[in-house]
Design a protein around this ligand. Structure first.
Ligand code: B12
Ligand code: SF4
Length: 480
């Protein structure tokens, strides 16, 4: 009889809207593991909490040989909760993904087994061990060559409005706040172009997110690879596979006319540039030397001229932020006329240099782990900022979003994107992205109330510590 496996993508406990986007894209990591599993021997069920909640009562432990759970940091508490419920019913649990890979000791406290790194090179061993009843506590997947990534057949197509595909892993730039270099390596590994083309053909959705972290890669090799891939995808388009896609890249892509030209021909209509800051001290401080501030505007405009809309992504709350960072960023965004922006709050994720620095200097605001990992989502203020209070940071970020969002702005920006790119499809894809981001008004208010409550608590404990000795005795009920 076949053995059964369930693969689970947990949903973070808090309700930040970006998390809702999770349910719009399928969990690629779990699809890869599913495709690596021989179906003659195993039945696999994928459960994505972004789409439907997990209910442990629905699980029949007798027929289940293993539960595999993917976890990012902000999902860790939920991942551990699910793991606990399953283990109580006697189901062996293995955890994998970015968070267990960064903090294996913590993850191992909540599971029977963990996988550090990528699954392609180790999954067959894990399955063999499960069959023999010899599941080990730690597996190391490492960073295999990407010809081992299976070609997905898009089995979950009906549940998701957008498709997604990964064509490369790794990044050499090692920015201090980013976990990609430590998780996926400093050397970029590429999937064979033929595999990417076949998987792209299999995707049924019309709009696809190409999830690579930096589409232009680095140096000449990166440029040549981007060209080769785009030419192959343009060829596919000529054969009638007409999809639109978006991706992420460093802003130097904006000077690569030939690559941009082929990206457009291949169906690319949206690119997210990680600009991070309009302040050069911040760029130096976070080690993102590839970002040449003086070229931002030119690179954005050039990308738009090639028919591709631009999303600009920024981080607020950096140690080197200037006092006017919010006003400067809003002015810059209005000036360069990007289709939309991500205004993130700096977040030390485990496995990054930023995390180590902030933790060592005692500036983490929430350390009740694993519950507090849910706050590590780039929306909440989890470190003590150096340049202002946590509350100020949050309020000013809200102010910046207000200056840029709203229905009228949305209309204006869609028309401008149409004008700047001369592409109806680019304007439509950008509008889709904007609509999905929605308004975070309620969530902002909750967060502000929470921060204000914290400040009041801090102020009263400060009062207490300043209170005369006799008063201290009264309050604590003890004599000093
Ligand atoms: C696409 C994406 C999204 C999509 C999610 C779509 C979806 N449903 O999956 C969206 C836009 C919604 C999103 C949102 C966020 N994201 Co995101 N996202 C990505 C991105 C670019 C690609 C993910 C992906 O598909 N990878 C491809 C698959 C094949 O790789 P994988 O999932 O890592 O799986 C492999 C291994 O990890 C391992 N593995 C994974 N699970 C398991 C389980 C088992 C049992 C085993 C054995 C192995 C194993 O094997 C797999 C195959 O090799 C990654 C960056 C990256 N390079 O991965 C960031 C990334 C995952 N995101 C990140 C973050 C921080 C977020 C947000 C918090 C940020 C924000 N506020 O916008 C939110 C959180 C949303 C949420 N729901 O929790 C971080 C997470 C880091 C961390 N330590 O947690 C990453 C790594 C980016 C980064 N630079 O740091 N994201
Ligand atoms: S360039 Fe982008 S993907 Fe690469 S390390 Fe920096 S932030 Fe991460």
């Amino acid at each position: 009889m076949k053995k059964r496996i369930i693969l689970i993508q947990p949903k973070p406990v808090n309700k930040h809207l970006i998390s809702e986007a999770t349910g719009r894209l399928y969990p690629l990591g779990l699809l890869v593991i599913d495709a690596l599993t021989p179906k003659e021997e195993w039945d696999v069920e994928i459960l994505d909490e972004g789409v439907e909640p997990f209910d442990v009562r629905r699980v029949n432990p007798e027929t289940l040989s293993l539960a595999g759970i993917n976890s990012w940091t902000n999902q860790a508490a939920r991942a551990y909760e699910i793991a606990g419920a399953l283990r109580q019913r006697g189901v062996p649990v293995i955890l994998g993904g970015p968070h267990p890979s960064a903090l294996p000791d913590e993850a191992l406290r909540y599971a029977d087994s963990i996988c550090i790194g990528e699954a392609e090179g180790i999954w067959a061993t894990i399955l063999a061990d499960v069959k023999n009843g010899e599941l080990k506590s730690v597996y190391r997947g490492g960073m295999p060559t990407l010809d081992r990534v299976p070609i997905l057949r898009n089995p979950l197509r009906d549940k998701y409005p957008y498709g997604s595909i990964q064509t490369a892993r790794g990044c050499p730039y090692d920015c201090s706040f980013c976990s990609v270099t430590s998780t996926n390596g400093a050397v970029i590994r590429y999937r064979p172009v033929a595999d990417v083309v076949e998987e792209f053909r299999n995707i049924k959705q019309k709009v696809v997110f190409l999830v690579d972290d930096n589409f232009i890669g680095s140096g000449r090799a990166g440029r040549e690879r981007a060209l080769e891939l785009c030419k192959a995808l343009a060829d596919l388009r000529r054969q009638g596979v007409r999809k639109y896609w978006g991706t992420q890249a460093t802003q130097n892509l904006g000077r690569e006319d030939e690559v941009l030209d082929w990206m457009y021909k291949a169906g690319c209509r949206l690119v997210l540039f990680g600009l991070e800051s309009v302040n050069s001290r911040v760029i130096d401080d976070v080690n993102k030397g590839i970002n040449t501030l003086g070229d931002y505007k030119m690179h954005i405009r050039n990308t738009q001229r090639h028919g591709i809309a631009v999303i600009a992504s920024f981080i607020f709350g950096n140690d080197a932020d200037s006092p006017t960072v919010f006003e400067d960023t809003v002015r810059f965004i209005k000036d360069v006329r990007v289709a939309t922006q991500n205004l993130n709050i700096v977040c030390p994720l485990p496995g990054t240099r930023l995390f180590d620095e902030v933790a060592q200097s005692g500036r983490l605001r929430y350390t009740n782990f694993p519950a507090d990992w849910a706050k590590y989502n780039l929306h909440e203020v989890v470190l003590e900022p150096r340049t202002c209070s946590a509350l100020e940071l949050y309020k000013k970020r809200k102010w910046a979003e207000r200056q840029l969002n709203g229905r009228l702005n949305l209309l204006k920006r869609t028309l401008r994107t149409l004008w700047d790119t001369r592409s109806v499809s680019a304007a439509a894809v950008a509008l889709g992205w904007n609509l999905q981001s929605g308004s975070r008004e309620r969530e902002y208010q909750q967060q502000i109330e929470l921060l204000e409550k914290e400040m009041r608590r801090e102020a009263s404990s400060l009062e207490l510590s300043r209170a005369p000795q006799s008063q201290m005795a009264d309050i604590s009920g003890r004599r000093y």
